[in-house]
Ligand binder design. Sequence first.
Ligand SMILES: [Zn+2]
Length: 148
Amino acid sequence: MSLSGGCQCGAVRFRVDGQSNGQGVGRASICHCRMCQKAFAGPFGALVTVKVADLTWTRGAPAHFQSSDQIRRGFCATCGTPLTFDWSADRIDLAVFAFDAPSAVAPVVQLARESRAPWIDHVADLPVRPSAGPPSEITSRQHPDRDT
Ligand SMILES: [Zn+2]
């Protein structure tokens, strides 16, 4: 079994093979720390660890920003999608929502909870605005959630 994913524009694509826990990925987490918030420009980073040996870049490769002396973060240089958190020689974290089927990589633990956005605990309580239906006048350039 393998899991695939990539950036929004499709210039960078990856595949995770291996059977380390039946699907090649470790325990996924969300991290509320300020560096993950900034790197993802979102309320938290959602990351999952895989073995570097199980990871193949099937199209392109990430560019990197050295976000600290310990960590570099990979992203698509064309569209900016965050892709990796590089912290080890033999393991690497991939951005959960970059996977084609992110629901298959559900987080099971949260980190740096003290840094969470103050509203994050109440997201499910927010009022829901009805969807306006499928947009008819835009042409998406987002890469589909599959290899092409
Ligand atoms: Zn891209």
